[in-house]
Design a protein around this ligand. Structure first.
Ligand code: NDP
Length: 256
């Protein structure tokens, strides 16, 4: 297979109906990958599926709340069945945020964000390990955030989950290298998605984000999905354990 090809590979992309996950599904499917994706809303999954089928993409879906352990087990059972017990690519994309000052977070907020952003990704890696190993060429990509690298006004819980994802990336890269599995993380700054549209609609807020960003704008989902695809290709087979920012230069900006 060519260095820039993913033709004939299989992928699970979590949270593929909107935003970055949707862009990743479409990027991989357009490159010839058979993709399975999930979200909590059956109707929206159905709408996407129609669009994807019309474009000739090989995509299947499951309705699944990834914050629930049994539903993650069911999802991986579905994936194992669809792809004959093997999986080349796992993209852990699902994540959300609650923004509050630290003193205002409740125990429920803590459990919800940990379950959705961190525990779900951790458990999916555990469950998918035999499938990734069986494929002979496995690649895990986490959608982390620059909030896991530097302190920005994201709320502490979100930042903690993303910091943990970055450390998980390093450890799995070392622990599972012998199984032919590479593990990397992509860390975006502001990207226009349903998660951020409310925030970015506030023009003052958007201006404060853009003023910190050397490229002078926020990013698009397709500017994240291109890196995700590269990290799964034969052209990146010596890259593992890395967290790579897609941030318009924000994290290297000292005081410009
Ligand atoms: P969106 O909220 O736009 O999309 C999230 C997707 O995940 C939807 O398809 C949603 O569908 C699904 N999803 C959410 N919760 C669950 C759940 N419990 N079980 C199953 N599916 C779920 O988010 P983004 O595209 O903006 O974010 C994707 C990832 O990128 C997240 O991890 C986020 O932290 C990260 N990120 C985003 C940035 C940004 O600026 N947008 C910046 C940095 C990182 P449904 O709600 O119907 O279940």
């Amino acid at each position: 297979p060519g260095r820039w090809s993913l033709h004939g590979k299989t992928a699970l992309v979590t949270g593929g109906t909107r935003g970055i996950g949707r862009a990743v599904v479409e990027e991989l499917a357009a490159l010839g990958v058979a993709v399975h994706t999930c979200s909590r809303k059956e109707a929206e999954l159905g709408e996407r599926l129609k669009e994807w089928e019309a474009r000739g993409f090989r995509v299947t879906t499951s309705v699944c709340d990834l914050s629930v352990r049994e539903q993650r087990e069911r999802l991986i059972a579905d994936v194992a069945e669809r792809f004959g017990g093997k999986l080349n690519i796992l993209v852990n994309n699902v994540g959300t945020n609650i923004r509050k000052p630290t003193t205002e977070f409740s125990a429920e907020d803590y459990s919800f964000l940990m379950a959705t952003n961190l525990e779900s990704a951790y458990h999916l890696c555990q469950l998918a390990h035999p499938l990734l190993k069986a494929s002979g060429l496995g690649s895990i990509v986490f959608i982390s955030s620059v909030c896991g690298l530097v302190a920005v006004f994201s709320g502490t819980l979100y930042a903690m989950t993303k910091g943990a994802i970055n450390q998980l990336t390093k450890n799995l890269a070392c622990e599972w290298a012998k199984d032919g599995i590479r593990t990397n993380s992509v860390a975006p700054w502001y990207i226009t998605t349903s998660l951020t549209e409310g925030l970015l609609a506030n023009k003052e807020f958007e201006a404060s984000v853009v003023s910190r960003t050397p490229l002078g704008r926020v990013g698009e989902p397709g500017e994240v999905s291109s890196l995700v695809a590269f990290l799964c290709m034969p052209g990146s087979t010596y890259i593992t354990g890395q967290t790579i920012s897609v941030d318009g230069g924000m994290t290297v900006n000292g005081l410009y």
